[in-house]
Design a protein around this ligand. Structure first.
Ligand code: NAG
Ligand code: NAG
Ligand code: NAG
Ligand code: NAG
Ligand code: NAG
Ligand code: NAG
Ligand code: NAG
Ligand code: NAG
Length: 492
């Protein structure tokens, strides 16, 4: 029954925007729901659907029956309410043409009021009687086939087929001379059954429409910070196989205030890959291009520049501390304070290989002397820092850290003559280890959000680095809230 809402949720794992199937539209992130993931979402949606369906009031049923010796009997069933639905078995199965959801062996309980009236030639007054009844519907089956396609970057959910079938029904009358009428309720069973079938089918159709409009209104980007967001436009139709659904999204960093998106060469080599163990619910695959788009974005936004005026060993920021390393600096500016102006000379490049992540960072480090309130740049050292990276999951974010492998340096320019780089090397090492990397790591520790709808949390995630991609293989849990509050949480 509830399978309706299934797709909203599934789709809400991932979030849409506009795209056309142009050659430029490539997917750099994919989200795969395995059979386990589909089952999890399906069960959640069935629970949600049931609680949104009940109590469900059915239309009044009236019937006049000619009964031998009695005459015309007028029967009315009113206030028929489905107040409980139990589902024992359900399945979800993606196929070539759509996603089938089947609920079998559902039972539902109804309550109703009954009323009989008749007059016979035996007794010249009208006889009437009333009471309540409980109805049990067993072996109810519900089947849905849903279509899911990409419509200009948004997921379009459609109901291709929907059916509800009631197998068995039993009505127990209470009150009045119920023993007398019990035998006649058979006449109603078919009508009650089809009222239940109709009402549930209508609810499901409504549910699918709601889910579809929910999909249409999902946010188009996930904010990463004040300036950047992730483009989570759907690219291509979802890929349905017999045991998974893969959603492909753009996945790249973009400016929130429509800052120019840096042009970088991005190539997505292969199509989606799957988590090696199909027992995980969810597999999110991020191409190396995602990380390099972040790097290009922040580089161009020139957030990657900063002035260092405090270091753990503060003597390194006074010419006195450089007395023996760069004697001419001390001579020219004795005991003046200094600062370091660090900027990236090109976007850091990340390479992901099997079980290994490398990053190369090119820095220009300008040594400034502060004299009489003036900042005097004295020399610039170019550094090429090679790091190895680690990624981990922090909540629903993919976070990381880097550690130094090695670095090389050269003098870019100097106003104080030549510098003896071998003497400066240990100072640079200290600065990289105690200033630059801790700073970078404090930025990286926050990470960026993975395309997961609010309300769901990754747990027990594994990260696998393969050739040019990172795969997050995880289970998810869902916090105790209804779909409605999920949409609230999304600000819809
Ligand atoms: C987001 O991705 C889609 C699909 O690749 C693309 O068409 C669109 O231009 C992107 N939007 C931004 C702001 O980069
Ligand atoms: C209709 O059914 C509901 C739920 O079973 C019950 O609470 C309510 O009292 C009934 N109303 C009438 C008029 O019988
Ligand atoms: C609902 O119906 C089932 C049988 O279909 C029955 O076993 C169960 O006791 C009923 N529950 C209530 C609350 O009436
Ligand atoms: C966003 O950009 C502004 C400058 O445009 C900068 O001051 C601010 O620190 C940036 N925020 C983040 C989180 O990078
Ligand atoms: C799914 O399809 C693969 C081949 O594409 C087949 O080997 C496998 O048995 C199928 N699984 C089910 C459950 O149908
Ligand atoms: C970087 O951004 C500036 C404006 O902030 C823009 O003029 C420039 O073209 C961008 N560079 C690249 C490589 O996109
Ligand atoms: C830092 O150095 C860069 C060049 O490397 C320069 O463009 C920038 O103005 C300097 N910033 C400050 C505050 O001195
Ligand atoms: C969710 O919360 C409601 C009340 O807030 C509670 O009745 C229900 O048992 C909770 N469900 C779960 C699965 O924790």
């Amino acid at each position: 029954m509830a399978p309706t809402i299934l797709f909203v949720l599934m789709a809400s794992f991932f979030i849409p925007t506009n795209s056309h199937l142009e050659l430029t539209d490539q997917a750099f992130t994919s989200v795969a729901l395995s059979q386990q993931g589909l089952d999890f979402v399906k069960n959640l949606l069935i629970d949600e659907a049931i609680s949104s369906i009940i109590p469900l009031q059915l239309p009044k049923i009236e019937k006049s029956v000619k009964i031998p010796f009695v005459g015309n009997v007028h029967m009315v069933l009113s206030n028929t309410t489905i107040y409980k639905i139990d589902v024992s078995e359900s399945y979800v199965k993606p196929g070539d043409t759509g996603i089938a959801i089947i609920v079998s062996g559902a039972t539902c309980n109804l309550s109703m009021n009954w009323y009989y009236s008749y007059s016979t030639w035996l007794v010249p007054v009208e006889i009437s009687d009333r009471g309540s009844a409980s109805v049990q519907v067993e072996g109810m089956e519900v089947g849905l086939t849903l279509g899911l396609e990409n419509q200009e970057g948004t997921l379009k959910l459609s109901l291709m087929e929907c059916g509800c079938y009631v197998k068995e029904i039993s009505v127990i009358l209470d009150g009045g001379a119920s023993w007398l009428y019990q035998g006649m309720v058979d006449a109603f069973e078919g009508q009650i059954g089809s009222a239940v079938e109709k009402a549930i089918t209508r609810k499901l159709e409504e549910g699918i429409l709601k889910l579809d409009s929910f999909l249409q209104t999902l946010p188009k980007e996930i904010p990463v910070d004040d300036n950047a967001s992730l483009n989570i436009t759907f690219v291509n139709d979802p890929l349905l196989s017999n045991s998974s659904i893969v959603f492909e999204i753009n996945g790249l960093f973009t400016g929130r205030k429509r800052a120019p998106v840096p042009k970088h060469r991005l190539e997505n080599s292969q199509s989606s890959v799957f988590c090696p163990s199909s027992s995980r619910m969810l597999g999110i695959t991020l191409d190396e291009a995602v990380f390099n788009s972040a790097s290009a974005f922040y580089y161009n936004a020139s957030f990657m520049q900063w002035i260092v005026d405090k270091v753990p060993d503060q003597s390194l920021l006074n010419t006195g501390g450089w007395r023996f390393i760069v004697p001419q600096l001390y001579k020219k500016y004795p005991n003046d304070d200094m600062n370091l102006n660090i900027s990236l000379s090109s976007p850091p490049v990340m390479r992901i290989a099997r079980n290994n992540i490398d990053a190369v960072i090119n820095l220009d480090l300008v040594i400034d002397v502060l004299e009489a309130g003036k900042v005097i740049p004295v020399a610039c050292v170019t550094l090429v820092i090679r790091c190895s990276g680690l990624v981990k999951i922090a909540g629903n974010n993919l976070a990381g850290s880097v550690k130094l492998n090695d670095f090389t340096m050269s003098l870019k320019w100097s106003n104080i003559g030549n510098l003896r780089l071998y003497l400066i090397q240990p100072v640079m090492w200290t600065l990289i280890q105690t200033v630059f990397l801790p700073h970078a790591n404090s930025q990286l520790a926050k990470g960026f959000p993975l395309p997961i709808i609010r309300g769901f949390t990754l747990y027990d995630a594994d990260i696998i680095c393969s050739d040019s991609r990172i795969m997050v293989c995880s289970d998810v849990s869902y916090k105790n809230q209804t779909i409605l509050s999920v949409s609230n949480a999304l600000g819809l």
